[in-house]
Design a protein around this ligand. Structure first.
Ligand SMILES: Cc1ncc(COP(=O)(O)O)c(C=O)c1O
Length: 354
């Protein structure tokens, strides 16, 4: 690691968050969602660390993500939540990966393949993304799988659209899922609905599920308003690598969009939009020596500029989020959600596991 810009990943906080979540739902098993490089935290390290904490099932979005994890561990369960094509079924079977089957087309491909496959049927109860939308169709899928020699029915799942904002819509989805359960010929090994928000707010009330698929809460982001004690796992750091003294009236960065109002000190931070520190972060606040300073001017591909004072020395550490500035503050500034902030931090930002 050479560059003075990095994301610290606090594994102890991941453990704290996992334990907090497990305490809320002692009878259920947690399936960590580690797609998108574990929301930017580094999926292989996060998986290996969580295995040490007793986790034995993980969820990702893509076959590529699943294969990267399978190469590191042959035993754990790995569910692919996202889209699957017929051509991928052989490699999925060879690597004993679980898949979500969400449509009649994919079901038929799976059955016709005659491959040993591990299937979770996805019921679309209102998200209207992946899933069978029709009760009869999903029951028919169960019937066909149960009578098939190689395809195995492992689980039943749905996914919520509004667990953290619209309770009426959320409850409607739960009721639809419960209705499906009353028609099952038998209970599969895994019945799972909840994402993070549903897990921490509602899951303890349910006796008909076995697992939860938790992403953002494990990383200690989102749900701050519930004061659960979750701790942000990622913080983003850099250092001041050059200091400029600007005279009143001089300009800063591309487009010369910021003009010094007086004689000012400007610090150069070697992080830019190619690192996922997006151009919309102009004018955001960053932390240096426990104080907040404003970014000024256009964010470059590899650098951002901060208006500092004489107390800031060359080499001073800059905390872009995870200190006085939270990931939520950055998300608010970007008019987006914390998921996007942490997944945007690009591959060229080294992750330091601390
Ligand atoms: C199908 C599915 N389940 C669970 C999750 C986890 O969601 P969260 O990060 O809100 O816990 C996701 C994330 O988008 C998902 O797509």
């Amino acid at each position: 690691m050479y560059r003075p810009t990095y994301a610290n990943i606090h594994l102890a906080y991941l453990k704290t968050n996992l334990e907090l979540i497990k305490k809320m739902i002692p009878d259920k098993k947690v399936v960590p969602v580690i797609k998108a490089n574990a929301y930017g935290h580094g999926s292989v390290v996060i998986m290996e660390y969580l295995i040490q904490q007793g986790i034995d099932y993980f969820a990702v979005s893509l076959l590529e993500e699943a294969l990267e994890l399978r190469e590191k561990n042959k035993e754990v369960g790995i569910i692919i939540l996202g889209a699957i094509s017929k051509e991928q079924l052989k490699i999925i079977s060879d690597n004993q990966l679980d898949i979500f089957v969400y449509s009649n087309e994919l079901l038929n491909d799976a059955l016709e393949s005659q491959l040993p496959l591990r299937i979770h049927l996805k019921y679309d109860t209102g998200m209207h993304r992946y899933g069978f939308t029709n009760l009869k169709a999903i029951l028919n899928a169960i019937y066909q799988i149960e009578n098939h020699p190689t395809v195995k029915w492992i689980g039943l799942a749905t996914h919520f659209a509004t667990a953290d904002d619209n309770e009426i819509y959320y409850r409607h989805q739960v009721e639809m899922f419960k209705e499906l359960l009353t028609h099952l010929p038998r209970k599969p090994e895994m019945i799972h609905m909840s994402n993070s928000a549903s897990t921490v707010i509602y899951e303890s009330m349910y006796d008909f599920t076995t697992h939860v698929r938790v992403g953002i809460a494990l990383y200690g982001l989102s749900l701050e308003h519930l004061n659960l004690g979750l701790k942000p796992v990622m913080s983003l750091h850099s250092h001041i690598v050059q200091i400029k003294k600007l005279k009143k009236g001089e300009f800063v960065s591309y487009g010369a969009t910021y003009q010094a109002k007086e004689d000012e000190y400007i610090g150069v931070i070697p992080i830019g939009y190619a690192d996922g520190w997006l151009r919309v972060n102009r004018d955001a606040m960053v932390e240096i020596n426990h104080k907040l300073y404003p970014l000024v001017g256009t964010i470059c591909m590899d650098a951002a500029l901060v208006k500092i004072d004489q107390s800031v020395q060359l080499g001073a550490e800059v905390i872009l989020f995870g200190g006085l500035v939270s990931t939520k503050d950055v998300a608010d500034h970007q008019k987006t959600i914390v998921y996007e902030v942490c997944t945007n931090i690009s591959a060229r930002v080294p992750r330091r596991y601390v």
